[in-house]
Design a protein around this ligand. Structure first.
Ligand SMILES: [Zn+2]
Length: 352
C-alpha cells in the first residue's frame, strides 16, 4: 500500500532537488553517452558491438565491475572523432542545464580514447569540446572544467604520459584543472602513481582519485597521503577502518558519493543501505554524484533524491553546499553559487 504521507514527502523532496543549484564533481563524460547515441554511433562508425546489437534495455546491462569497465571501453570505441566528443559535450550541457547543474568538473579519459584510436588528436578533441562547453554553457548557465583521468589499467608510464598531456591542455587554456585516477583499483593501487601525481601537482593541477570503491580503506589513505588527493571518488570502504574515517574528517577531504553506481558495481553490498548517512553522521564531508549516469541508467537528480530519502532535506542542502566548497571553481564563482543555493534553500523553509 502506498503511504500518502511518504508520497507527499517524496514529492516535496523532488521539488527541492529540482530547485537546488547543483555542482557536479564526479561524472565521466564518456559515461554520459545515452544508449541510443551509443547504438547510433556504433552503426555509423562500423563498430562491431554485441551490446549495440541486443535490445535497448540490455545495452548497458552488466553484473560486475569488470563488465562495467568493458562496457565503458565499448562506448569509447564508438567515439572516434573530435566531432563525436563535441556532440557528447553538447548533450551533456543540455542534460546538465535541465537538472539545474550550474558548475561541473568532468572526467575525461584521453588515454582510453587513444588506446582505441591511436590517430585521434587529443588536443583537437579537447578544443572541440571546449568550444561547445563555452558556447552552449554560456547560453545555458553551466560552467564546465575538465579533469584528466590517468586510468590505472594502462600502467604507470602511460599515466605519466597522460599527466603531461593534462598539463599541456591546462597551459593551452582548455580548462583542465586537475588529474584523476579511475579504472581497476583492485589491481592498480594508488602508490604506483606517486610520480605522475607529483608531476601534475608541481605544475599547478589539482589531484583527485577514485579510492575505497573496489579496494579497501588503505587505498583511501594512500590516495590522500601518497597522491595528495583533494577529493576521493566513492571512498565508501573508508568505513572499514575508523582511522581512515578520522583522516577524512580531520583533513576535510570530501567524498564524491554515487549511490546507484556503488550498488551496480558491488562497491556497496546488495541489500545494505548506502553508507552516505553513516559517513555524514561521522562528520565526513559528503557530496552526491552520478558517476556514469547513462551507463547506470540514472541522473544527478535521481542520486540527490536517493541521498535525500536516506539523510533528509536539510542534509541534501548541506551536500549541495559541500559540492560548491569542494569544487575547484574560482572564489568568485563559488560565492555566486553559494548565494544561489541560499536563495533556493531559503524558499524551502519559507515559501512566502
Ligand atoms: Zn567514477
Amino acid at each position: 500500500m502506498i503511504d500518502p504521507q511518504t508520497t507527499a514527502a517524496d514529492v516535496e523532496l523532488g521539488r527541492l532537488v529540482r530547485r537546488l543549484p547543483k555542482v557536479q564533481l564526479h561524472c565521466h563524460l564518456e559515461g554520459t553517452v545515452r544508449a541510443e547515441t551509443f547504438r547510433a554511433l556504433a552503426a555509423e562508425r562500423g563498430v562491431d558491438s554485441e551490446r549495440a546489437r541486443g535490445t535497448l534495455e540490455a545495452t548497458y546491462a552488466f553484473a560486475t565491475f569488470r563488465e562495467f569497465l568493458l562496457t565503458f571501453a565499448e562506448v569509447c570505441k564508438t567515439l572516434q572523432r573530435p566531432e563525436d566528443y563535441a556532440r557528447l559535450a553538447r548533450d551533456y550541457v543540455v542534460d546538465a542545464a535541465a537538472q539545474n547543474v550550474r558548475h561541473a568538473e568532468l572526467f575525461i579519459s584521453p588515454s582510453v580514447w587513444t588506446f582505441f584510436h591511436e590517430d585521434l588528436d587529443v588536443r583537437e578533441t579537447v578544443a572541440a569540446m571546449r568550444a561547445v562547453f563555452d558556447d552552449e554553457g554560456a547560453r545555458r548557465g553551466v560552467t564546465v572544467a575538465l579533469i584528466c583521468d590517468l586510468t590505472r589499467n594502462f600502467g604507470v608510464e602511460r599515466a605519466f604520459d597522460t599527466a603531461r598531456v593534462a598539463v599541456g591542455l591546462a597551459e593551452a587554456g582548455f580548462g583542465v584543472v586537475g588529474v584523476g585516477l579511475g579504472g581497476d583499483e583492485a589491481n592498480f593501487p594508488p602508490a604506483l602513481y606517486r610520480e605522475p601525481f607529483d608531476f601534475a601537482r608541481a605544475h599547478g593541477l589539482h589531484a583527485v582519485a577514485h579510492a575505497g570503491e573496489a579496494a579497501g580503506a588503505t587505498s583511501v589513505r594512500d590516495a590522500v597521503e601518497i597522491l595528495g588527493a583533494e577529493r576521493i571518488g566513492h571512498g565508501v570502504r573508508a568505513l572499514e577502518d575508523p582511522a581512515v574515517v578520522d583522516l577524512l574528517v580531520s583533513r576535510r577531504i570530501p567524498l564524491e558519493l554515487c549511490p546507484t553506481s556503488n550498488r551496480l558495481t558491488g562497491a556497496v553490498a546488495a541489500g545494505s543501505p548506502h553508507p552516505i548517512a553513516e559517513l555524514d553522521a561521522r562528520g565526513v564531508v559528503c557530496t552526491v554524484d552520478a558517476d556514469d549516469p547513462a551507463l547506470f541508467s540514472t541522473t544527478l537528480d535521481e542520486e540527490y533524491r536517493i541521498a535525500g530519502r536516506a539523510c533528509g532535506a536539510a542534509a541534501l542542502v548541506r551536500f549541495a553546499a559541500n559540492a560548491i566548497d569542494a569544487s575547484f571553481a574560482s572564489p568568485r564563482r563559488k560565492a555566486s553559487l553559494r548565494r544561489e543555493l541560499s536563495a533556493a534553500a531559503g524558499l524551502e523553509t519559507n515559501p512566502a
